[in-house]
Design a protein around this ligand. Structure first.
Ligand code: NIG
Ligand code: FE
Length: 408
């Protein structure tokens, strides 16, 4: 082990430890270490505590000037940042009152991005992912889940997943790939079930062989795949050892039942979830993921985050960054705004973008500052953690550390 580096002092250090995965959280439950320090070696945290108590002759010291609040690097557990083109026209049409169907007929919707993504080379997709992930990093996000789903054929889905893998090799942020080959029924395919069969039989084995993803997602919705249609896809994915995640209850219900039936790691969206689905999720191992960026992009209702937490559910908050429904791509802004509409405590908002989001990706080594975790952390230039959500994303990090190195 290299000589450990002691980083600090931090006016307030929020380790985000000792909090439960599920249920409501009050700010009184948040542990705050005043004048804290983090001891780091080989990219990992060795110890977290009071700065002065961690000082010794055996450590190097990196002093942090001024007032500052330190917390785990943010985890964005749901994005679609691998895509070609733009959907600014859809946005204008929506705001002019056009319906989903009218927009799709005018050549918009997910299929428009499929067409534009198919036109892009793998290298062009890589460039897009890197520049978008760089923007997330500036806002304190150190791990980003990235979905395919704008290819919708074996070759084009592979191009996207290979682009995500290639981007991950150079990106400073960790990218976690997910196969979303069931994003919608491809318009150039005649028999729907046959498309999913090809995905199951041809794409899934290549994903395994090339180690392109260990997560599989589908859009369960009237406009995409019904709960019945998607069963063989998730069945096979599960048999092959993939983790399952579901785009569920965005406009109509049914998806969260599928998520629970397949013991999915997360059910995401849930804007249309009723009491029944909220209870169902709370009793399960499936983490509910709110995507306020999609509510802001579409002008729709927010996920009932307060109810989810009050009945004992686990709540992750993610940006859903995509060209169609969530073009903003600013996790902290969106999570803060969700907090104001859904009456969430600071601890609930910050948990939703740190350890609860990490759990939605089954990553136990981040989202918390504790011995053994990755030394991924974000520093804000303030002496009071309440300022972070208060500024709704406009208070920017002064530093972002990834694997024990300052990268921003
Ligand atoms: O999560 N809901 C489905 N998929 C994306 C939207 C993708 C798009 O419109 O391009 C979402 O919001
Ligand atoms: Fe999405």
């Amino acid at each position: 082990m290299n000589k450990p580096l002691l980083i600090g002092p931090f006016t307030q250090l929020l380790p985000m430890t000792g909090l439960p995965l599920k249920g409501a959280l009050k700010d009184e439950q948040l542990s705050i270490i005043e004048n804290g320090g983090i001891l780091v070696a080989d990219g990992k945290i060795v110890k977290v505590g009071v700065f002065d108590e961690l000082k010794s002759a055996d450590v190097d010291i990196q002093l942090i000037d001024g007032k500052n609040v330190c917390l785990p690097g943010f985890v964005d557990s749901h994005t679609h940042i691998c895509f070609g083109g733009t959907r600014a026209r859809d946005y204008a049409y929506r705001n002019a009152g056009k319906t989903y169907l009218e927009i799709a007929k005018a050549g918009g919707g997910i299929w428009d991005t499929v067409t534009q993504t198919r036109k892009a080379s793998q290298d062009e997709l890589v460039k897009g992912i890197i520049s978008r992930s760089q923007k997330h990093l500036k806002n304190g996000v150190t791990t980003i889940e990235v979905k395919s789903g704008y290819g919708l054929s074996v070759d084009e889905e592979l191009k996207m997943l290979r682009a995500i893998k290639q981007a991950n090799e150079t990106s400073k942020v960790t990218l976690v790939p997910t196969c979303l080959a069931a994003h919608m029924k491809p318009k150039d395919w005649n028999q729907d079930q046959e498309y999913l069969n090809v995905i199951i039989n041809e794409l899934f084995p290549i994903i395994k062989t090339e180690n392109l993803a260990n997560r599989v997602d589908a859009f369960v919705e009237e406009s995409a795949f019904s709960p019945e249609e998607i069963k063989p896809y998730f069945q096979k994915a599960k048999e092959m050892g993939f983790d399952i995640t579901v785009h569920a209850d965005q406009f109509t219900t049914g998806g969260s039942q599928v998520a629970v039936d397949f013991d999915a790691v997360s059910a995401d969206h849930l804007e249309a979830s009723t009491e029944k689905e909220i209870q169902l999720l709370a009793k399960s191992n499936t983490i509910a993921t709110a995507l306020p960026g999609a509510s802001l992009g579409l002008g729709c209702a927010y996920t009932p985050a307060r109810k989810i937490l009050d009945v004992g559910g686990a709540l992750s908050i993610a940006s859903d960054h995509n060209p169609g429904s969530a073009p903003m791509g600013d996790l902290l802004t969106q999570a803060s705004i969700l907090g104001t509409f859904e009456k969430l405590s600071n601890t609930e908002v910050l948990s939703g973008i740190t350890f609860r989001a990490a759990a939605a990706l089954r990553l136990e080594d981040r989202g918390k500052l504790e011995a053994g975790a990755l030394a991924d952390f974000v520093v804000f230039p303030t002496d009071n953690y309440q300022e972070i959500t208060y500024h709704q994303g406009q208070l920017k990090p002064s530093m972002v550390w990834k694997n024990g190195t300052p990268i921003q």
